[in-house]
Design a protein around this ligand. Sequence first.
Ligand code: OSB
Ligand code: MG
Length: 367
Amino acid sequence: MIIERAELLLVRLPMIRSFATSSSQKTHQAHILVKLYADGLVGWGECPSPTDPYYCEETTETCWHMLRDFLLPGIVGKAWASAEDVQATYAKLKRNNFAKAGLEMACWDLLAQRAGRPLHAMLGGTRDEVLSGVSLGVEQDTGRLIGLVEQYLGEGYRRIKLKIGPGRDVAVIAAVRERFPDVPLMADANSAYTLADLPMLKELDQFGLMMIEQPLAHDDIVDHATLQAELSTPICLDESIHSVEDARKALDLGSGRIINIKVSRLGGLLNAKRVHDHCLARGVPVWCGGMHEFGVGRAANLAIASLPGFSIPGDVSGSDKYYHEDIVEPAILAERGAIPLPSGPGLGYTVDERRVERACERRLALR
Ligand code: OSB
Ligand code: MG
């Protein structure tokens, strides 16, 4: 295929509830949509980067810069036929995985549309629905947090993830666990702790958590191995894993027993699939993480989560958990804790261009 024209659209949506992690607080999300025109088709991708560099080093603006100045000029007008070919166009460009993921996603959408197949089928998906959990931000009021857990369990979500951070950890988990003794529960620290916090982290072992996600530094796999040897609760790695090589090394070291697969953090669907395949071969469970995606990125998350190794309900919730009005039709919604996979070609949802237009703050076209 040859991309004749590419557009970047910076789209900003207000969130239904503000979301706090140990490192940031958000009331809006501003994501870049990548729109590619090739062979009479239009492909869509999304960079769900936070606006600030507190989850990883990328931001919305670094994604815009990489796409405008390196990624799009490297592919527009050139022939390609596979996701491997797409990756080859930026082989020299280090990291910047959220930016790469937005471009690669739009290319996969084009490939799947041209093949007349749903993206999940192209990727080797074997499920017809994806099991869904929720990720709840840090709340200063534990009663309010318990109310939210109750609400989402009432909606049928299969697993609850609680963000934790210094001062909002053991007591919060204890309170939620006491109220919901049997619920599949986990904690995500977003790299807020160090090995000096070992006594507190060991206390978490008593709550029967499914896992503790990224307790230590964003760039660490060594201290995580030390910690995992001290904990009975499995560690799940998020921020530390950017590639299948990172996953292999972390698993070899014993830095964790579960991997959070994020399309964005891994630089696209092909790398996400590689991590999935590696973990499946080793018997390591994976689940699909999220970055508060709009409908385009959420559709890609659903597609990858349809692969057989995704044995744990992920963070891909219905869009009504995040946004009053998302940008795709039909809305992506969970029913009894499961989201059905679409049957149409490509991402399988239609981008509502009027809504995109209304929420678009900046655009750029390249030919
Ligand atoms: O660490 O998984 C994370 C959101 C923003 C940044 C990092 C993370 C998250 C989430 C929310 O946990 C996942 C979602 O509901 O999309
Ligand atoms: Mg995480």
